[in-house]
Ligand binder design. Structure first.
Ligand code: NAP
Length: 251
């Protein structure tokens, strides 16, 4: 194996926005759906939460990448429970970032998109109190929206069909003009997307922490895939002790 290794550190210096701007995103996706990238943070020993939330695992580098990916995305897709637990607010809180998008002919913020079979939405999350937020909810059972200030629209969700998320992605492309979807989890949603074979890339931040204890939820939950899904490492950044990895999913 001599000559098979490459040293990553030290390397070239860059910032998160420059990194994301230089990515070829969205890469060509199948005509019927947007290109789908997924972003997660995990501890070195594989935990995705500490006391139920991901924030303790994040650091300024992870947050910079998180915001740079949001700036690039047309829609941010998250499971309804993640929006509630992680206390989601508007997609782009920074006015300068919104202005940058508008200056290039885009909407100020990506659409906030969620899915729920039960129709249970975390309406107490700050996102729903934000009048400028545009939220699209895929659900077979739309709930009442009493006291919600955000602009919320419902799309039908055919929970009984074989590939319901593939249908929802097609709707995002056809009805909302979405070409790049950033999925921010959680694991049940990521697992379902993997099962349907509609994930193009995974951005994974390895937080330089050990959580210990029993293993919590994995990055992706749900039934195991019928066979191992090979991935291809497209880039690896390091910031202080944090690794920021980008994988293409080839299945
Ligand atoms: N470390 C990280 O980067 C990271 C990222 C995100 C989340 N998290 C953590 O993950 C935990 C939440 O995990 P989770 O797996 O429960 O959340 P999740 O993936 O957000 O999924 C559950 C929610 O999304 C809906 N959902 C998921 N898959 C669906 C599908 N295929 N079709 C329709 N609806 C679907 C469910 O609604 P119904 O039950 O109503 O159908 C449910 O509300 C939180 O503790 C959060 O902090 C960590």
């Amino acid at each position: 194996v001599s000559g098979d290794f490459q040293r990553l550190v030290p390397g070239e210096e860059l910032d998160a926005r420059g990194y994301v701007e230089a990515l070829s995103l969205p890469a060509p996706a199948p005509a019927q759906r947007p290109y789908v990238i997924v972003n997660f943070v995990a501890s070195l020993d594989g935990h995705i939460v500490v006391e139920g939330r991901s924030a303790p695992l994040s650091d300024p580098g992870d947050r910079a990448l998180f915001h740079a990916l949001r700036e690039r995305a047309d829609a941010v897709l998250s499971g309804a429970s993640t929006i509630g637990i992680e206390r989601y607010g508007r997609m782009i809180p920074n006015a300068e970032t919104r202005a940058r998008r508008v200056a290039t002919g885009r909407s100020p913020e990506p659409l906030a998109v969620t899915v729920t079979r039960s129709g249970k939405l975390p309406l107490d999350a700050p996102l729903f109190a934000e009048p400028e937020a545009n939220v699209v909810v895929f659900t077979p059972t739309p709930p009442p929206l009493d006291g919600v200030a955000a602009q919320v629209s419902f799309e039908p969700y055919e929970a009984d069909v074989k590939q319901p998320l593939t249908g929802a992605l097609a709707t995002l492309r056809q009805r909302h003009g979405v070409e790049l979807v950033l999925c921010e989890g959680g694991p049940r949603l990521f697992g379902s997307l993997l099962e349907e074979g509609v994930v193009d890339e995974l951005f994974l931040t390895i937080s330089p922490n050990l959580v210990g204890g029993e293993s919590g939820p994995a990055l992706a939950s749900g039934p195991p895939l019928p066979e191992l899904a090979p991935v291809h490492l497209r880039s690896a950044l390091v910031r202080e002790d944090t690794l920021l990895l980008r994988y293409a999913i080839t299945t």
